[in-house]
Design a protein around this ligand. Sequence first.
Ligand SMILES: Nc1ncnc2c1ncn2[C@@H]1O[C@H](COP(=O)(O)OP(=O)(O)OP(=O)(O)O)[C@@H](O)[C@H]1O
Length: 242
Amino acid sequence: MSQNAFLQARDVSKSFGAVRVLHEVSFDVYRGEVLGILGPNGAGKTTLFNMISGDIKPSGGEIRLGGTALGGEPPFKRCRMGIGRTYQIPRPYSGMTTFENLLVAAAFGGGRSERDAYAFCAQVLTECELASKANTPSGSLTLLDRKRLELARALASDPKLLLLDEIAGGLTEEESQSLVALVRRIRDRGVTIVWIEHVLHALMAVADRLLVLNFGEKIAEGLPQEVIANPEVKRVYMGVEA
Ligand SMILES: Nc1ncnc2c1ncn2[C@@H]1O[C@H](COP(=O)(O)OP(=O)(O)OP(=O)(O)O)[C@@H](O)[C@H]1O
């Protein structure tokens, strides 16, 4: 555990009533890295994101960003502090165009003035390969473009830490490669990324380190090749007996 980490989670726990979903999970995320999070369904991955973004409160433990304890800060404040996230089920405003969706995120999430938001959103659209879809109602986008829009909406608040929740699910191999290339470009301009993903090859193509959760506990963390070779990870995640 290092004091220099950008995101620090210490003994983070969450219970819903009597159901313990996360138990004393600790990890660090360093500036500029991509940390991949793996784990079977129900392992507690999204719950962890919900606590980092402020959607729910931990039952125990502490989360710090840049050394500052996030405490009871609400989601919009965390967004202004530099935390952006995507949701497993994208929630664009389907009656609005792609560009309008971004403007809302940039104005409310990022706190930009209207003029500034226009220029910034145009930049984000280009980065996410959505410029030609700027005026398309988001409800008519293909699955890949809906995923790009979900990512673009998170980027519109100009995050320093980006939380990606299963953005590669349901895509073809070629489509997921184009998403991986986009994640790399975002990382290369200095954004720190934590990516929950079941599509292992997409994660392996970009993650610097992996963390594995099972039944709310951290069972492995380290370099991707080492983590996927770990016998316990193989057993619980890939169903392979050692
Ligand atoms: N608000 C809630 N109230 C009660 N139980 C909840 C709540 N949110 C999540 N859970 C439970 O917590 C557990 C972990 O859920 P979570 O969504 O974090 O898992 P996950 O690892 O993200 O799974 P998946 O890979 O399927 O998305 C599940 O058993 C889920 O039913």
